[in-house]
Design a protein around this ligand. Structure first.
Ligand code: HEM
Length: 482
């Protein structure tokens, strides 16, 4: 039995493969590495082993079935210790705090039924989205972002977002942008040489510490502002049902309060960009696949009719629309390499020795386009998820796009409901087509951005009501009220 690391390219002394490591669209390079070195391969980054998995089967065996040892996260001196992200969501180290955080989240939204407690809210917000898109179709992505923010902040804090320049969204977006800087490996020298964090700010070359202190203040503001809002509402007896209000019931220790505060703040951070990217990908896919759009609309017309909008209660009766949502998630996974997992004990897997501390990256993008799992993986084909007498359904992408094991996405049922609702309601009332300018069809770009959350690059889209009846349904704001 081999006791070596999985194969991979030869590195340099000390820096290892740091120079080979891709800085953009990492999933594509990882897939190419997989073609060369196999489904499990490794590189070395400044002395740390990094294992890349290009097979869904291996990711399930390791990150899911051996989840108790594959669920730690990399540490970052700046983002973690100095700014404070190490207490929040995806950055928490494996251990008691993570277990408590995940227990709180699971009690609140850990199943489809629990997520559906917010059904009327998701439906009402999506209805508002339709009317905003009707009036301003050119602001589609901004409207998707606003809707995702409204649904998540209502669920997290019972907070209603202001129409323009909402202060909470502004501070949260600032904190997220800081985080993406601070969490980029090698962006800060001190992440490689942690002892340097003790050097004072006045020492020449250490002025960056001022910027880092500002990041910490922004993160504190993002946690405190909505939390204080809920506390005030609870004191007045006006608090809406939300993650924070539910968990703040009764007398709590300061540590418990802090845990609830930190956990609530992870919801917007984890849920906003991922949901926005998925829904933007849906609009792009509908433009590019008009026959799929027509079939989904025909299903909605046949089951729901055109006197009302679909709701979450209709979900089981709309198999093609459900399959379409799954196909969007498969074709454009919004977190193409999830977040790295870290091994907390030595392991031997598939004949390779993986030392404690190994960083393990699941190339979800590769799994989702793997011809071993999906026939014609580059074809947008919702039918692949509908079993017939002749063929079983293909692998459900929900098992990969939301990550793995004890680090999988705690918001997946909520996200799934929000994505379904936006797709179903938009299909019911809109025709989504490629724009035509001066008689010329504008072909949309189909590139995705780089980054831990990948978005479709900006695209133009024509969105028009399917009929006068559809338009009146959109404008009938009394129909769905949260
Ligand atoms: C379509 C939308 C979404 C997708 C594709 C998605 C995907 C993911 C993925 C891939 C991970 C990392 C899993 C891993 O490391 O194995 C993750 C983590 C996480 N997600 Fe989501 N997510 C979505 C929506 C949401 C929503 C709506 C929320 C909350 C309201 C949320 C909250 C979180 C949190 C808190 C984590 C960190 C979990 C941990 O590290 O323990 N996500 N998500």
């Amino acid at each position: 039995r081999s006791v070596a690391l999985p194969p991979g390219p030869q590195g340099w002394p000390i820096i290892g493969n740091a120079l080979d490591f891709p800085t953009s669209h990492q999933w594509k390079t990882f897939a190419q590495w997989g073609d060369r070195w196999g489904d499990i391969m490794s590189v070395s980054l400044l002395g740390r082993a990094v294992v890349v998995l290009n097979s869904f089967r291996l990711a399930s065996e390791m990150l899911e079935k051996k989840s108790s040892i594959y669920s730690d996260r990399p540490t970052f001196v700046v983002a973690g210790e100095m700014v404070g992200w190490d207490h929040i969501g995806s950055q928490i180290q494996y251990g008691p705090r993570l277990r408590e955080t995940r227990r709180l989240l699971s009690q609140f939204m850990g199943s489809r039924e629990k997520a559906l407690k917010f059904a009327s809210h998701i439906e009402a917000e999506t209805h508002r989205f339709l009317s905003r898109v009707l009036y301003n179709p050119e602001t589609l992505v901004a409207q998707i972002r606003k809707t995702a923010a409204s649904t998540i902040l209502m669920m997290a804090y019972g907070y209603t977002v202001q129409e323009v320049e909402d202060p909470l969204i502004q501070v949260a977006e600032r904190a997220i942008s800081d985080a993406s800087q601070a969490l980029t490996p090698a962006n800060f020298f001190v992440d490689m040489f942690p002892k340097l964090r003790h050097v004072p700010q006045w020492v020449p070359g250490f002025g960056w510490k001022k910027g880092v202190a500002k990041m910490a203040d922004t993160l504190t503001e993002m946690r405190e502002m909505p939390f204080e809002f809920v506390k005030k509402q609870l004191a007045n007896g006006t608090a809406a049902h939300s993650f924070t209000s539910k968990h703040l019931e009764g007398r709590l220790s300061p540590e418990r309060e802090q845990l609830i505060k930190d956990t609530a703040s992870a919801l917007y951070v984890g849920g906003s960009d991922t949901t926005v990217s998925t829904i933007a990908s849906f609009f792009l896919a509908m433009m590019r696949n008009p026959e799929v759009q027509k079939r989904a609309q025909a299903e909605i017309d046949a089951i729901i009719g055109n006197d009302r909008l679909p709701t979450l209660a209709d979900r089981n009766d709309l198999p093609y629309v459900n399959a379409l949502c799954s196909e969007v998630m498969r074709m454009c996974p919004s977190a193409p390499i999830a977040f790295p997992h870290v091994l907390s004990e030595d392991d031997i897997h598939a004949g390779y020795a993986l030392p404690k501390g190994t960083m393990v990256i699941a190339n979800i993008w590769k799994f989702a386009h793997d011809p071993r799992l999906y026939s014609n993986p580059w074809e947008f084909n919702p039918d692949r998820f509908i079993a017939t007498d002749k063929k079983p359904a293909e692998q459900d992408p929900h098992d990969m796009v939301f990550g793995f094991g004890r680090r999988n996405c705690p918001g997946m049922h909520f996200a799934d409901a929000a994505v379904f609702m936006t797709c179903a309601m938009s299909l019911a009332v809109f025709d989504i087509t490629k724009p035509v300018v001066d008689g010329v069809i504008i072909e949309p770009a189909v590139e995705m951005s780089s980054g831990i959350i990948s978005h479709p690059l900006p695209f133009q889209c024509s969105i028009k009501p399917r009929s006068a009846k559809a338009e009146s349904l959109i404008l009938n704001t009394n129909e769905l009220q949260a």
